[in-house]
Design a protein around this ligand. Structure first.
Ligand code: PLP
Length: 344
């Protein structure tokens, strides 16, 4: 018999965390404006490090939040039925093809929980969204990282890297942090090459900001590819990052599996109300997005005119490929009141 008492004393540990968790690096959120102000003695720092919307909530969203405040003593609707059916109508799919979660990051984690067992593989191009490797480690998956090509997802190489053991592959369109896109036709070729035993997650967190004509609505791809699941969020274009609500849509079988892993009442009532109000105000959302796109392109042109190189940005952010200078540039920007996200 194992002498657990002895074991604990010898190791001087509290509990025995799973080795994969004990070794897990924490998710690194963007630095706050307040942290930069304190570190560099600047005022009115602007935080650009988390790709947040710069606008205050739409009036109808603020009203929806006020209307819900009196009911925060009650649990929300676990299944978010009203939001789901409104999303389904908006996306032109059936209600059982849509689900909502605590941000699309919450849904990404749910997808891995639903599909990936220890030792299975999760494939992605890299660099990409920093949460993917963390979620992969949470489920003790093997990570397959395929390098970007020209700072863009290399879908033929990603398809070639997928094995029978690969349960999930991520395609991030536009990619975070490089802002680049792949054409919808390329995604279709990837789907044709990948077996249905591998779930392809198309992470469209920034879809609303894309103006590259090679990218079209990906919804029709669902017809022939039940292993495709598309994730989107209210955090970026809708400006509701603080409320934590995102959604996924795909085949009913996949959506049902994702739903099984939703923590009880994970999407709170104010988030559900706000998301519904924001969906009802989609024209206002689009005009805000159009403003961001104009500003994104202005910043890009200004940087290029000053001699910087940047791939064509398609999200709500601009990527500067400066390699080993990233950390120093991050500090220099903070000293001037701009909080960027450095990838050293
Ligand atoms: C911001 C982001 C998300 C998740 O955002 P949520 O706030 O969790 O909805 C997902 N994927 C990418 C690529 C992102 O940049």
């Amino acid at each position: 018999m194992v002498d657990t008492h002895q074991w604990c004393q010898n190791r001087n540990v509290t509990g025995r965390p799973r080795p994969s968790i004990a070794a897990l690096p924490a998710y690194r959120p963007g630095r706050s404006a307040a942290a930069a102000e304190a570190d560099h003695g600047v005022i009115d720092a602007v935080k650009l490090a988390s790709n947040e919307a710069p606008f205050s909530p739409l009036p109808s969203v603020a009203e929806a939040i006020s209307a819900g405040i009196g009911q925060v003593n009650l649990y929300p609707d676990h299944g978010a039925a009203a939001l789901r059916s409104e999303l389904a109508a908006h996306l032109n799919v059936a209600s059982n093809q849509v689900t909502v979660g605590a941000g699309s990051a919450g849904i990404l984690q749910q997808i891995l929980l639903a599909y990936v067992a220890p030792g299975d593989a999760v494939a992605m191009c890299w660099p990409s969204f920093e949460a993917y490797p963390i979620f992969a480690r949470l489920v003790e998956a093997e990570e397959i990282r395929v390098p970007l090509h020209d700072e863009t997802f290399d879908l033929p190489a990603l398809a070639a890297a997928i094995t029978h053991q690969t349960k999930v592959a991520f395609v991030t369109n536009p990619n975070n942090p490089t802002g680049t896109v792949v054409a919808t036709a390329e995604i279709e070729m990837l789907l044709d090459a990948v077996p249905d035993t591998c779930i392809v997650v198309l992470d469209e967190a920034y879809a609303e900001f894309v103006d590259d004509p090679r990218v079209t609505d990906s919804t029709p791809l669902l017809a022939d590819h039940p292993n495709l699941v598309i994730t989107r969020t209210f955090s970026k274009a809708h400006g509701l990052a603080g409320l934590r609500v995102g959604y996924a849509y795909g085949s009913p079988e996949v959506i049902e599996m994702i739903d099984r892993t939703l923590a009880p009442f994970a999407v709170n009532d104010l988030a559900q109300r706000s998301a519904r109000a924001s969906l009802a105000a989609v024209d206002e959302m689009r005009s805000r997005v159009a403003n961001v796109v104009v500003e994104r392109d202005r910043v890009t042109e200004t940087l290029r005119a000053a001699g910087w190189t940047t791939p064509n940005p398609q999200g709500n952010f601009v990527w500067l490929p400066v390699g080993a200078l990233a950390a120093d540039l991050g500090v220099a920007l903070e000293q001037r009141g701009v909080v960027a996200r450095a990838f050293p």
